[in-house]
Design a protein. Structure first.
Length: 94
């Protein structure tokens, strides 16, 4: 079964919501979620801390700490009843 990971990040508070939904737009239980952020810079990669809080099956609150504005990548790794998976979401931090 395919499903979509969607991240909505409030750029002002560095908080967001990650949801996993199937083709019928129903939330999908993916089990546990781990998240990490990174920003590619010339000659190095910056990282940030992300806290993940489960809100129910398929829905997670995230809180990140970004050291500067710009284009960051939010990497999402999950493991649970539907198997394991990984995806990434581009996040613009202002």
């Amino acid at each position: 079964m395919e499903f979509l990971a969607r991240a909505i990040v409030n750029r002002l508070e560095d908080r967001g919501l990650v949801e996993f939904r199937d083709a019928a737009n129903a939330l999908v239980d993916v089990g546990t979620l781990q998240a990490a952020t990174s920003m590619a810079m010339p000659g190095m990669v910056m990282t940030g801390d992300v806290t993940v809080t489960p809100l129910g099956p398929g829905r997670f609150a995230i809180a990140g700490q970004y050291s500067m504005s710009g284009a960051w990548t939010l990497a999402l790794d999950w493991s649970g009843p539907r198997g394991r998976g990984r995806t990434s979401v581009d996040v613009e931090v202002e």
